[in-house]
Unconditional design. Sequence first.
Length: 363
Amino acid sequence: MSKFTIKELMRKNIVELTPYSSARNEFTGDAKVFLDANESALDFLGNLGRNRYPDPSHKKLKAKIAEVMELPQEKLVVGNGSDEMIDLLFRIFCVPGRDKVLIVEPTYGAYSVFAAINDIEVSTCHLQGDYSLDLRSLETIFKLMQNSTPEEGMHKLLFLCSPNNPTGNSFPLSEVVAIANKFPGITVVDEAYVEFSTKPSAVTLLEKCPRLVVLRTLSKGWALANARVGLALAPPAIVEAMHHVKYPYNLSGVAQDIAMEVLSQKEAMEENVATVKRERSRMAKELATFKFVEKVFPSDANFLLVRVNDPDAIYNYLRERGIIIRNRSNLRGCYGSLRITIGTEEENNLVLEALKEMEGRDG
Ligand code: PMP
């Protein structure tokens, strides 16, 4: 339970904001002549169809997302990647220089970067050795937070990434509910990799947990990282604030159109995800056979975290052969580990061949 309503948790200036109202917001019906938005009336660039501003409220795209991804449309906010959703939450809830956020580490690095950009202090709670949530420590932290108030500054956001980047594991929903109901601020569950997981999504918790926000993206399973389309599912007060704070035309017409197209190909997406999962199993098995591999962590995502005996040497060896992976070995909780994205079968084979060559050379 929280002593505070969502609006009490928000920055006062955001609650009191008179949002910008664009021409495309004010008139949305059919008309013959649109001279309300100072656009170029001429589409002289070979009829690209890009001379008009895009729909600022993404109505068609939201309806499509709701239908295809089976998500509640009234809870949806769409934007420029889930990164925009994260940044919006900071700007809506966190008073620079006063508020704090709680981050469960090791995790996606952008949360703490956005915190730094917004001059927000970060408190961390570390995952346990097996990358499960440390519920006891979280309980203690929540108890310590009990007396803090929005007036004095408090922990406004808690980030849970599930499946987690870079550890690859998901957190049980029962634990997410317990946390979301005890944390006095807004719990944000980042489900960027959920398509690769068989575990249930936290979207089902939105009715039960009044201060929960779930993030999704088309960048991973939907193979659309280039177009930058992410989404948030949130309670009405947060949906409204996100619409007020986002850039009026935060998602380009190009991105909205491509997203519509991709969402019409759900079967192809599912095939892509199935292929990634097959390759993930194969890579996990193959990688475990190398002498220098100490552990391949189970993954619900499109990457594998692999602990090795000499991460820098392996990283550099692959890099010299034009293969770039992510060296996470200096990250607390991931010491000695490399994160390898699952590529195409050919790309994965190149990784395996290079590693075999390395092992042969070493041996
Ligand atoms: N969340 C997590 C956990 C991620 O790993 C990433 C990108 N690597 C993002 C969000 C950002 O995704 P998007 O492309 O939707 O901004």
